[in-house]
Design a protein around this ligand. Structure first.
Ligand SMILES: [Zn+2]
Ligand SMILES: [Zn+2]
Length: 135
């Protein structure tokens, strides 16, 4: 049986449960992730859509076209507390992105990528083993 992990919004009414580890996982330092999370970076954990075991609660969807990346995104967030919980991106049709921090107590494997690294906060030091993607 693969490990199951559940990501919850801050108030706990919405959740998503996935089986197994992420297909890819990185921290992203882009302006968008900073504003989405209110933090120094976002943790983006991508799972195969076929590994989503269940979702519960209600989410609202913030859908938009990301012109710079030429992709459509749909972000599911909790209408009560506002946490972004998971999202889909048109350029990654087989994957679902989950806000890694929402797993909170259920620890994830170490991320492998630093994305939009050029916008990383200067005080932040990351493991040198991670793959750096400048954009
Ligand atoms: Zn909530
Ligand atoms: Zn980002």
């Amino acid at each position: 049986m693969p490990t199951k992990r559940t990501a919850l919004c801050a108030c706990g009414q919405a959740s998503i449960t996935v089986e197994g580890g992420p297909q890819m996982q990185g921290v992203c330092h882009c302006t968008d992730c900073k504003r989405r999370t209110g933090s120094a970076f976002g943790i983006s954990s991508y799972f195969l859509k076929t590994r989503v075991a269940s979702t519960s609660g209600e989410t609202s969807v913030y859908a938009f076209h990301h012109a710079a990346r030429a992709q459509d995104q749909a972000r599911h967030f909790c209408p009560r507390c506002g946490s972004t919980l998971y999202w889909t991106i048109s350029s990654l049709p087989d994957l679902i992105g989950v806000a890694g921090g929402c797993f909170a107590d259920e620890s994830l494997p170490e991320p492998t990528h630093s994305i939009t690294h050029r916008k990383k906060e200067s005080w932040l030091t990351l493991p040198q083993t991670w793959k750096v993607i400048e954009e």
